[in-house]
Design a protein around this ligand. Structure first.
Ligand code: PMP
Length: 396
């Protein structure tokens, strides 16, 4: 008998399925607000100019395609540490490991927690990026959730969050926090709330696990690191999973890092040795190209300047689109107020649209939105904001 004949079909990826339906939609007027990538005014996900320039340079200077070290390119690791922690943080307390994307970083962190910190469980915000629980379960960790989004579906229920983290956790559990630009809601804690969260993590002995996939998309590169840095003022230990898919536009090159902060240089070195064991058994060593691009950009002042300008342009475009949409909805008679979108950070927002309204938007108007009502603000076409607002008002 065949072993593979009785395997059940897995469910297709919800968001990628929407994009396939969008591509097949023959209507002239349509808009895809579902996917999780940045888009420019032309609706394309561009290669940054600084990336092209770095690739040009690499094409001329790269000497080898031989394996990288297990923990990745030294220059890249150095650059990541500075982006995350600034240049004051003691380098010998932060071990950076280059990983295939933020997803790879999360899996390495999960495996590390499962093997070195058992019996730790990981607490995820409700809601969170759908892949978080799949990754942590695959690593063998117990997965729990803590309250995050309020019943209004547009603001943080901070009291419930603190109550859950105080009452449901045991010392030694890990708590995953979105360092900025919470996906899927766009709802972030305030600076004062970060202080309270950090204090709670420290006093309860919880391990901060920060997912940092959108640095530069919220309030700016440095400002977006404020929550992480507040956590590190209170906690000696933390793990950061960062991704350069969005802020360098390097999605398919798979560029990320796991950064482990430990209480002493000796503990940091020991933890790094275990992170390398995890990497070795997963993918052996990371891909070179994407990490080389980031390292090349950040080692060159002119390319760095270009990068910061391009990233800032992305960020400001998203802010402008939020404003245009909110203003456009104000002009729709009887439509609800969308001002709350202005307080949300990053590419994503919970729009408040129900699954049924999302369905109607797609069938009646050709506007594609995830069933949760999450919209990718960067997917809005500036020329068609009025058209979009009429469609949204029509289904609400
Ligand atoms: N964390 C969050 C919150 C994300 O939104 C994403 C990307 N959608 C990732 C991690 C993974 O990023 P990468 O594509 O670099 O694996």
């Amino acid at each position: 008998a065949h072993r593979f004949d009785s395997i059940p079909m897995a469910a297709p990826d919800a968001i990628l399925g929407i994009s396939e339906a969008f591509a097949a939609d023959a209507r002239a007027e349509k808009m895809n607000l579902s996917v999780g990538v940045y888009k420019d005014a032309q609706g394309v996900t561009p290669v940054m100019k600084c990336v092209k320039a770095a690739e040009q340079k690499l094409l001329e200077t790269e000497q080898t395609k031989s394996y990288l070290p297990i923990d990745g390119l030294p220059d890249y690791r150095h650059a990541v540490r500075e982006m995350l922690l600034g240049d004051e943080f003691p380098a010998d307390r932060a071990a950076v490991v280059q990983t295939p994307g933020g997803t790879g970083a999360l899996r390495v962190a999960g495996d590390f927690l499962a093997t070195q910190c058992a019996p730790t469980r990981v607490f995820l915000p409700n809601p969170t990026w759908a892949n978080h629980s799949a990754i942590m379960r695959a690593a063998g960790l117990g997965v729990e959730t803590y309250s995050y989004l309020g019943a209004d579906r547009r603001s943080l229920d901070f009291e419930a969050m603190i109550a859950d983290l105080s009452e449901k956790t045991r010392p030694g559990d890990a708590v995953l926090l979105h360092a900025c630009c919470h996906n899927p809601t766009g709802v972030d804690p305030t600076a004062a709330q970060w202080q309270q969260i950090a204090n709670l993590l420290a006093t309860r002995g919880l391990i901060p696990l920060l997912d940092f996939a959108y640095q530069g998309f919220g309030d700016g590169l440095e400002a977006d690191a404020a929550g992480l840095r507040t956590v590190l003022e209170h906690c000696d230990e933390a793990i950061v999973c960062s991704s350069y898919s969005k802020n360098f536009g390097l999605y398919s090159e798979r560029v990320g890092a796991v950064t482990l902060i430990a209480g002493s240089p000796a503990a940091t070195a020991t933890a790094l040795s275990q992170l390398k064991i995890v990497v070795r058994a997963n993918y052996s060593n990371p891909p070179r190209h994407g990490g080389s691009i980031v390292a090349t950009v950040l080692a060159d002042p002119e390319l760095t300047r270009m990068w910061k300008a391009e990233l800032e342009e992305y960020r400001l475009r998203i802010t402008r689109l939020r404003e245009l949409f909110v203003a456009g909805m104000k002009e729709q008679p009887g439509a609800p107020d969308f001002s709350f979108l202005l307080n949300q950070k990053g590419m994503f927002s919970y729009s408040g649209l129900t699954a049924m309204q999302a369905d109607e938007l797609r069938t009646q108007h050709g506007v594609y939105v995830v069933g949760s009502g999450r919209i990718n603000v960067a997917g809005i076409n500036e020329q068609k904001v009025d058209w979009l607002c009429r469609a949204v008002a029509d289904v609400m």
